[in-house]
Design a protein around this ligand. Structure first.
Ligand SMILES: [Zn+2]
Length: 448
């Protein structure tokens, strides 16, 4: 039974707190610590939230803290819940604190990119924490997605060996015994520092549990004064906006630049991703208060709602809708077709299903959008043709990576994902998508 919990440090993750419980109480194994803290042996500790606690631990914690404060100040709740609709925000707060349900049911938790795959730490914070508290701990703000700087010390965060994912992770890894002390590297890019400080300020701002102004309306209103929206406010130039924004963030060098469909879905009130919203708002020069305590009139909110498709809306101006969606769809389709959209760079097949998903469109919507339909037709291909393009891509990738060393048909199969028995259907398309020399080399490697 749990007897004692150490003091929780400023901005410490609950996970980190449990890690310290594990070493302070002298639990010999992780399993022992889990038995004392968690509901049952199938549960794993949550890195970003609280996890499924047993009744005794839950009651002890509830006696020590106002549970809402613990969630707001010691979990990643402010990142995931910051911009979601009010009712959902309240519901998530309740479920995380009282019935420990799987957070994936409460809000969208996007897959992690490489740069956010590990728990991160700041070497100077480690030194300070050791001096002040006698031990290092995992800081919450270092774990914000796309955060690569400790804004307190302006130095680069270091990736630990510990995965940031909770799933399949059944260990408590205290920062004190995990981190490797090293010389800090300072960040010179002032824009990158400014963007990181912006994210921290948004993360730290009090969460508003009163107002229910949709984030899409807040961003729409900020965009109104820019070249990205027609004077009438009736349509915006989303493609131009995302193109400019992507150049801006690629120059800064952040880990994960928001994609066309991610921006589109935030603007259409379909997603509320913290990093995407911060990227849009910072690029639009919005103050932190404009974003976290917005003051819009009902007319302003209504104007935004009327400017795009909304669920349940009776009348839709199809021509405007088609014109607005077409350039966005073109970009999304292109990125999928060429492989820009995939993490490995593998060219994928542009299916209607993916387009509906990426654009967040309701079923059959494309039937009313002729321009969009034409673009989709331009990118459509059979599975066989797509497999051929994947094989060519895999061949070229291996050729450049192996620099002269031999590679085999099995290597091509592995990274292209094309099955052996499908090869005969693919071959006719190889020469359509590459030059003669490459086609010949591929056929040779396939031993045909
Ligand atoms: Zn620091």
């Amino acid at each position: 039974m749990i007897a004692y919990l150490p003091e929780i440090y400023p901005d410490e993750l609950v996970y980190s707190w449990f890690c310290r419980y594990y070493i302070h109480t002298g639990c010999i194994t992780n399993t022992m610590a889990f038995q004392e803290l968690l509901y049952n042996r199938c549960n794993n500790p949550s890195k970003e939230f609280i996890g499924h606690l047993n009744t005794v631990t839950a009651e002890l914690i509830q006696r020590l803290f106002a549970i809402d404060d613990l969630i707001i100040n010691h979990t990643m709740y402010p990142q995931y819940a910051r911009f979601i609709p009010l009712q959902q925000k309240k519901k998530a707060l309740y479920h995380i604190g009282y019935d420990f349900c799987d957070v994936h049911h409460l809000f969208a938790i996007l897959p992690r990119t490489q740069s956010d795959s590990r728990l991160k730490y700041c070497p100077l914070c480690v030194q300070e924490d050791r001096k002040k508290h006698g031990e290092a701990y995992w800081h919450r703000k270092h774990q914000i997605r796309n955060m690569s700087i400790c804004t307190k010390h302006k130095c680069l965060l270091v990736n630990s060996d510990i995965t940031a994912k909770s799933e399949q992770s059944f260990t408590l890894n205290p920062a004190e015994i995990t981190v490797n002390l090293q010389e800090p590297e300072y960040e010179n890019n002032t824009l990158k520092v400014a963007f990181s400080e912006y994210m921290v300020a948004v993360f730290d701002a009090p969460i508003n549990f009163e107002s229910n102004i949709p984030i899409s309306a807040v961003l729409y209103n900020a965009m109104k004064k820019t070249k990205y929206m027609k004077q009438s406010g009736k349509s915006r130039y989303t493609k131009r906006f995302v193109d400019d924004m992507q150049i801006f963030y690629k120059n800064i060098g952040i880990g994960s630049v928001a994609s066309m469909s991610q921006v589109q879905r935030v603007l259409l009130q379909d997603r509320f991703d913290f990093s995407v919203v911060c990227q849009i708002a910072f690029f639009l020069n919005m103050g932190v208060d404009d974003l976290t305590v917005p003051t819009l009139t009902n007319e302003q909110i209504e104007q935004e709602q009327n400017s795009h498709y909304m669920k349940g809306r009776e009348t839709i101006d199809w021509a405007v809708y088609d014109n607005e969606t077409a350039p966005i769809l073109e970009q999304i389709a292109y990125d999928i077709y060429t492989g820009i959209a995939s993490e490995t760079g593998r060219p994928e097949r542009v299916s209607e299903k993916i387009i509906y998903r990426e654009l967040g469109l309701p079923g059959h919507r494309l039937d009313n959008l002729p321009k969009c339909k034409t673009i989709l037709a331009k990118y459509s291909e059979s599975y066989q043709e797509n497999w051929a393009r994947r094989i060519i891509w895999a061949y070229n990738k291996l050729k450049s990576e192996c620099s002269g060393k031999p590679f085999y048909w099995s290597d091509i199969r592995r990274i292209s994902g094309v099955k052996k028995h499908n090869l005969e259907f693919v071959l006719p398309y190889i020469s359509k998508h590459t030059d003669k020399k490459t086609a010949k080399a591929i056929l040779k490697i396939c031993q045909i």
